[in-house]
Write a protein that binds this ligand. Structure first.
Ligand SMILES: Cc1cc2nc3c(=O)[nH]c(=O)nc-3n(C[C@H](O)[C@H](O)[C@H](O)COP(=O)(O)OP(=O)(O)OC[C@H]3O[C@@H](n4cnc5c(N)ncnc54)[C@H](O)[C@@H]3O)c2cc1C
Length: 398
């Protein structure tokens, strides 16, 4: 049997985890029937270029899967990628939602496995030992006539052929568009003319240590404040309303909220320096559908397969579950002679059922959390942030 070569498009956390999982799987084999090899391509010119978009990423149930994917050495140092690398996670973490206008606690979510990563640090962490080809922006994909390979072409005129293409190229995935066509692949924006929302995400370093300590009083890395007027303040903020006068800087509109908030949200916003621009962000989602995968030669993973609104903090856990699910199917293909088409069909169907459920739940959660009378009916209160039934299967806990 020839080597099985996987082409991974996108060196975000998902693409890098696919590379780590394949590397670990191939190193574990003593007498491989076929070597699994991979190449990973990233449109940005360097690792530094994509580190500007920062936010914190909580994982609520997927740490056993992350442990399975990562080499032992990396897993033993996983705390290095956390928002606060010195924070010792207690056995059971309590993640709380508050009324931001009074400070009253509305919901307490006990979580035994919570970790909170810094996005850019997690990317750099997952890139260790992985050779990324930068400056490679996908422009087209073509199956071979015999159906045994797929060729990917890049904007710089180069191309490469492999056994399987994994599109891990994020929310507006080019691979998804090439596979499904514009109409079926396009992501929907969460803010609509009928229901306008403003999203901002801003990273700030407060100048005084006392300010940081004050803001960490409820929890060092995680707490949410909701407001009866339809707003959500976390490390990112969202409120109902028309687009700010200057979409590149919503600081005046964000500061206007301070008169309605109690601490620590009030001070966190008041202390933002007046000369810093707070950019607005487009938040989009795509409800995944089953699709033709060219006989198992092209598939999607991570946000490319299921971009979702970040109101339940579930995106990364589903990225991690995708990688675990895909690796298991590829191992069945290579070592148990499962036909590739069956393996990828099963993977795709599993992702659509598991992550598709969460795309819808997160959207519903966003709308309910932003509507005061419905807050307590939001899935974040009724279902907490536990894995759904399909995720329990991947975790082996069903
Ligand atoms: C504000 C915010 C808060 C969030 N909080 C949480 C949370 O608490 N918990 C959680 O689980 N999730 C959270 N998420 C979701 C989480 O960030 C994503 O699910 C996750 O980062 C997706 O990683 P990815 O690698 O799939 O995609 P990306 O990080 O988007 O990576 C895709 C990569 O593909 C590259 N690429 C794109 N197009 C091409 C192309 N044509 N050719 C080559 N390369 C290309 C991009 O440059 C990029 O490097 C949050 C999201 C947001 C916006």
């Amino acid at each position: 049997m020839d080597d099985f070569h996987v082409l991974i498009v996108g060196a975000g956390i998902t693409g890098l985890l696919v590379a780590q999982a394949l590397k670990k799987a191939s190193e574990a084999l003593e007498h491989p029937q076929a070597n699994i090899t991979y190449t990973i391509f990233e449109r940005e010119d360097s690792a530094e270029a994509y580190r500007v978009r920062l936010w914190g990423l909580s994982i609520h149930w997927s740490s056993p899967l992350l442990k399975k994917i990562l080499p032992e050495d990396l897993w033993s140092r996983i705390h290095e990628a956390q928002c606060d690398p010195h924070y010792k996670n207690p056995e059971v973490e309590h993640l709380n939602i508050y009324d931001g206008s009074t400070g009253d606690k509305l919901n307490d979510m006990p979580e035994p496995q919570h970790m909170r990563f810094n996005r850019s640090r997690m990317r750099a962490f997952c890139a260790q030992g992985i050779d990324v080809q930068y400056g490679k922006k996908v422009s087209s994909i073509v199956p071979s006539e015999n159906g045994k390979t797929v060729t990917v072409s890049f904007a710089d005129g180069s191309s490469v052929t492999g056994s399987l293409l994994v599109g891990a190229d994020g929310t507006n995935s080019k691979v998804r568009h090439l596979l499904l066509g514009e109409e079926k692949a396009v992501a929907q924006t969460a803010s609509t003319p009928d229901e306008p929302f403003v999203f901002t995400n801003h990273t700030v370093q407060y100048p005084k240590a006392e300010q940081a300590l004050f803001l960490r009083q409820l929890h060092p890395t995680f707490y949410v404040g909701l407001h009866p007027d339809g707003a959500f303040f976390w490390l990112f903020s969202c409120w109902r309303g028309e687009a700010p006068a200057n979409p590149r800087n919503a600081l005046p509109e964000l500061k206007a909220w301070t008169s309605k908030l109690v601490d620590p949200w009030k001070s966190a916003i008041e202390w933002l320096p007046d000369n810093e621009a707070v950019e607005t962000q487009k938040i989009a989602y795509w409800d995944p559908v089953e699709r033709d995968n060219w006989g198992g030669r092209v598939t999607l993973a991570g946000d490319a397969a299921h971009p979702m609104v970040p109101f339940r903090g579930q995106g990364l856990s589903h990225c991690i579950a995708d990688v675990a699910s895909l690796t298991a199917q590829l191992q069945a293909h290579l070592h148990e002679s499962k036909p590739l088409a069956d393996a990828i069909n099963e993977y795709d169907a599993e992702v659509v059922a598991r992550a598709g459920d969460e795309v819808k739940t997160s959207l519903q959660s966003m709308k309910f959390l932003m509507t005061w009378d419905l807050v307590e009916q939001s899935p974040s209160f009724t279902r907490s942030i536990d894995p759904n039934e399909a995720a329990l299967k991947i975790l082996g806990r069903s």
